[in-house]
Design a protein around this ligand. Structure first.
Ligand SMILES: Cc1cc2nc3c(=O)[nH]c(=O)nc-3n(C[C@H](O)[C@H](O)[C@H](O)COP(=O)(O)OP(=O)(O)OC[C@H]3O[C@@H](n4cnc5c(N)ncnc54)[C@H](O)[C@@H]3O)c2cc1C
Length: 441
């Protein structure tokens, strides 16, 4: 079948297998030249595609045990985050770290070592992983953690499925009193003030900024900064505090067809961005927001990726080290605004300290932008790559669909040792994705 990631490009012909148990997985590993595990396919590019054997893990999705004293959940890798939330939020538990969609598997979150809006305070997903069971090239299973089979553990977190198949994991959830977030909206007229607001927000659990990436001149980097903390029961009005985990039912919207390519142009985007900013200015200050709207606003619109048209879209996400962040971000935003090819989704996050074997985050700022795939945007993306590298930044493999092997190596000194480790451990011959082939991993 034709398979792609969330960005719908590239589209690859692939054989997909859906094993129901470990024996079936072992047989697949023994019979195929190489395999790659796949979760919900929410990575944007080709990281979860192997043309000869893509293994859909979603049938291995049992939740196996929960310890209400520590919040530790043991579950199979194919369990989807929305099911974890549905099972545990009513009991007062929420994920420690969550990406911006709840339609991801546990295995996918571990393999990408995802980050949330609380990276500065709580780090990436690895911070809540006690151990993982990984199936190796010969079908044997290793339980690894920061204390046992450390190399396998360290390379699997952020290793994009290229170190083995994650079967099960023990992860800790966070105790919460309600399903609500106390959100503060801060309009910031330019990049400097957005960064100042994010720097000052170190006591907030969550922080993120939406950037108007078409604003220029004095308004370059004009943003809405959203801070958030889990609300206590006493923060809720009485009628809500009786059912602190209940959230209002929402009408599910969907994008019914692929938008034509002319629908997204600098005029429609500029109008959208100006309106969105103005609404943010009106809503400045504190509000109570339910967990679903706060963490997963995009999930409310099914198939929203269709607005980018039939050819799909590419996401650019980089992290720039703290010392070069302001300069690097200004250069990136100026280049985007000049090209007039801004995206609806331009998200700025402040990352806290992290240095891992292969995970994406580093202390500094992360910028994410979406672009429809056209010749013009591919030139723009190449320019953004160059600026990122010049400022010591690197790229997020879970969002990549188009980078070259040279660009990756120029941005990330850790690639050589990851590649050596793959060759030494036999992972390279057994675990391959279209992305790994493109990036020569
Ligand atoms: C709307 C949206 C918002 C997002 N927001 C964020 C965000 O805020 N922060 C962030 O970090 N990411 C974010 N992402 C990216 C997403 O969290 C990651 O791409 C995640 O890995 C997707 O999980 P998945 O189950 O869909 O995995 P897939 O996309 O199917 O696979 C992703 C990678 O995980 C590997 N993998 C999957 N399952 C296994 C397994 N069992 N064993 C070994 N490897 C496995 C695959 O081989 C592949 O390399 C976002 C994505 C979308 C679409």
């Amino acid at each position: 079948m034709k398979l792609s990631g969330w960005g719908r490009s590239p589209l690859v012909n692939a054989q997909v297998y859906v094993p129901r148990d470990l024996e079936a997985l072992q047989k697949l590993l023994a019979s195929k030249p190489s395999v790659i595990a796949r979760g919900c396919g929410r990575a944007y590019g080709d990281s979860a595609i192997n043309s000869s054997a893509t293994i859909d893990m979603r049938r291995l999705n049992r939740m196996l045990a929960f310890d209400p004293k520590t919040g530790q959940l043991i579950a199979e890798a194919g369990v989807v985050l929305c099911d974890i939330i549905a099972a545990f939020l009513p009991r007062g538990w929420f994920p420690m770290v969550t990406p911006g969609t709840k339609f991801v598997t546990l295995g996918g979150m571990i393999a990408a070592d995802v980050h949330g809006k609380n990276h500065r305070k709580h780090g990436s997903f690895r911070g809540c992983v006690d151990w993982i069971d990984v199936m190796g090239p010969d079908g044997s299973i290793q339980r690894c953690s920061s204390k046992s089979h450390v190399e396998l553990f360290e390379h699997t977190l952020g290793g994009m499925g290229l170190t083995g198949i994650i079967l099960r994991a023990a992860v800790r959830l966070r105790a919460v009193e309600t399903g609500w977030i106390r959100q503060t909206t801060i309009p910031a007229p330019n990049l400097k003030s957005a960064m100042t607001a994010l720097e000052r927000a170190q006591d907030s659990t969550y922080s993120v900024a939406w950037i108007d990436c078409l604003a220029t001149g004095e308004n370059l980097g004009r943003s809405l900064v959203f801070l958030g903390d889990h609300a206590n029961a006493s923060d809720l009005p009485t009628y809500r505090s009786l059912h602190p985990f209940a959230t209002p039912a929402k009408r599910k919207l969907s994008v019914p067809f692929n938008f034509p390519c002319f629908a997204l142009n600098r005029f429609s985007l500029r109008a959208f961005n100006a309106l969105y900013y103005r609404i943010g200015v009106w809503n400045r200050g504190q509000q109570l927001v339910d967990w679903d709207s706060y963490f997963y606003p995009l999930d409310a619109v099914a198939d929203w990726h269709r607005i980018y048209g039939r050819k799909g879209f590419a996401q650019f996400q980089c992290a720039i080290p703290i010392k070069r962040s302001e300069e690097g971000l200004s250069a990136l935003l100026q280049t985007v605004a000049k090209a007039g090819a801004g995206s609806f989704l331009a998200v700025l996050k402040r990352f806290g300290p992290q240095e891992s074997r292969f995970s994406f985050p580093m202390e500094g700022y992360s910028l994410a932008l979406d672009f429809p795939i056209t010749t013009k945007t591919s030139h723009l993306l190449a320019n953004l790559d160059r600026i990122t590298i010049e400022h010591g930044g690197r790229f997020y493999l879970a969002k990549d669909s188009r980078m070259s092997a040279e660009t990756l190596r120029a941005s990330d000194g850790r690639v050589a040792s990851f590649v050596r480790m793959r060759a030494k451990s036999g992972w390279k011959s057994s675990f391959q994705s279209a992305q790994a082939e493109r990036l020569v991993l």
